[in-house]
Design a protein around this ligand. Structure first.
Ligand code: URP
Ligand code: ZN
Ligand code: ZN
Length: 460
């Protein structure tokens, strides 16, 4: 087995900050210490660099069929782009289509991902239908390493579940040791508003945002939290984009409930004025929940700092502008919902967190450790410790770069952050001991990534 020695880097975990060497044997961290007296097949000088655990993006959608098209990154291109950005684990959503068992759903997603990924990958199971025959499947699915279940309270007629289904799934998942994730909005009220806007000839991308304002997200979040409380089950709210929804979480957790949540990079930087861009460009920002007023951005950062929200994901679900987003010209309901993001998360959060006085430890926690703990991967993932997987990023905190679709590796013809100058960049990325990105080159191989059999979630 090949050995690697990373020398003299500043090791940052969620709790520690010190200069040392890291010795990797095969895919595992074996020694950490100053001036380690060992020889290795490969020595990497990390002087002046940050050595951090590989990023974990727990919310992505590779090659997801959605809105009459398919998200434009498959598991190969999307995970390679993730690696370039310093993310070494992703969790995608296996979505149950009507009539499928949980196991059939997971088999379909395994078939899409297997042998293609550049980094390790896991699945959440999105339940859209729950009949008596599914009850026995929870324990089996959890045993197979899928310990999180997702429900949509949006997209009626496609993925949305009713409250009875939500209650039953939360209760069964909780009893089996699982965690339920919720896309929380009021799908029914929103669908009426959409119909009214369309009937009034309001068809531009900005009406997507007007059809689903923060109050409808806060409503969905409040309902999901209360049903979870009734079901005596832990719950995790995905892609929280506004202060009103976040404060519902704070209220529930203050009351003693195991209620958690995330936000995504786009909500930490961008606001609803993006929808005013000319020439249909606002369609690039059509994802759900939509961008909201700028007054929400600092409260979200504050929520991350104070632990109101646990981590930052991307909800990476890219569609090209040409040929995909354009499907919704003249009808915003036909714009496929989603945007690209998996590649830039670590750097963007670094940039934004440093500007707001966060510690480096908190940055690592938000981008890696918290997700490893929340989603049953710690301490194999999410830290640099003896025995952990050698998923390591050597991050140059001084390099400045410009984000652009011309240079990114995501299979998407635009970037949400085109032209933005940011500080900090992953220089070398190791996935289970193998260097997969170095000096802007991909050095890994299709299929290096393995399925992540996750344990139960740290929700107390
Ligand atoms: O617009 C989005 N977020 N697309 C992906 C599906 C979802 O709701 O997470
Ligand atoms: Zn969603
Ligand atoms: Zn999503």
């Amino acid at each position: 087995m090949a050995t690697t020695l990373i020398q003299n880097g500043r090791i940052i975990t969620a709790s520690d900050d010190y200069v040392a060497d890291v010795f990797i044997d095969g895919d595992t961290v074996r020694m950490i210490g100053t001036a380690l007296p060992v020889k290795a097949d490969r020595v990497i000088d990390a002087t002046g660099k940050l050595v951090i655990p590989g990023g974990i993006d727990p919310h992505v959608h590779m090659e997801l069929p959605f809105g009459g098209t398919v998200s434009s990154d498959d598991f190969e291109s999307g995970t390679r782009a993730a690696a370039f950005g310093g993310t070494t684990s992703i969790i995608d959503f296996a979505i149950q289509y009507k009539g499928k068992t949980f196991q059939q759903t997971l088999d379909d997603w395994h078939a899409k991902a297997q042998g293609k990924c550049a980094i390790d990958y896991g699945f959440h199971l999105a339940v859209t239908e729950y009949e008596a025959q599914h009850a026995a499947e929870f324990a089996k699915v959890i045993d197979g390493g899928v310990t999180t279940f997702k429900l949509f309270l949006a997209y009626p007629g496609v993925f949305m579940v009713d409250d009875q289904t939500m209650f039953r799934v939360m209760r069964s998942a909780g009893e089996a040791g699982g965690l339920t994730l919720v896309h929380a909005e009021n799908g029914d009220a929103i669908s009426l508003k959409i119909a009214e806007l369309m009937a009034a000839g309001k068809t531009e991308p900005k009406y997507h945002a007007q059809s689903r304002p923060p109050v409808m997200q806060a409503d969905g979040v409040a309902r999901a939290l209360r049903v979870a409380e009734f079901a005596k089950a832990p719950v995790f709210i995905v892609h929280v984009s506004c202060e009103a929804a976040m404060m519902e979480l704070v209220r529930s957790r203050d009351a003693g409930n195991p209620a958690y949540g995330e936000t995504c990079t786009q909500y930490l930087f961008l606001d609803e004025t993006e929808y005013d861009k000319p020439d249909f460009e606002g369609a690039k920002y059509v994802f759900t929940p939509p961008l909201v007023g700028r007054e929400n951005i600092e409260p979200l950062w504050k929520g991350l700092k104070l632990g109101y929200l646990q981590e930052v994901s991307t909800d990476h679900c890219p569609f090209n502008f040409k040929g995909q987003k354009e499907l919704g010209r003249g009808d915003f309901t036909k714009i496929p919902n989603g945007g690209p993001g998996v590649e830039d998360r670590l750097s963007l959060v670094y940039d934004g967190a440093m500007k707001r006085g966060f510690s480096l430890n908190k940055w690592v926690d938000l981008c890696s450790t918290a997700s490893a703990k929340m989603f049953g991967m710690f301490p194999k993932k999410g830290t640099i410790a003896i025995g952990s997987d050698a998923d390591i990023v050597i991050f140059d905190p001084h390099v400045e770069r410009t984000i652009s679709a011309r240079t990114h590796h995501m299979n998407c013809d635009y970037s949400l952050f085109e032209g933005w100058r940011i500080k900090g960049k992953p220089q070398t990325v190791l996935s289970r001991g193998k260097v997969v990105v170095e000096n802007d080159q991909y050095t890994g191989r299709r299929g290096d990534g393995k399925f992540l059999k996750r344990g139960t979630c740290a929700t107390t």
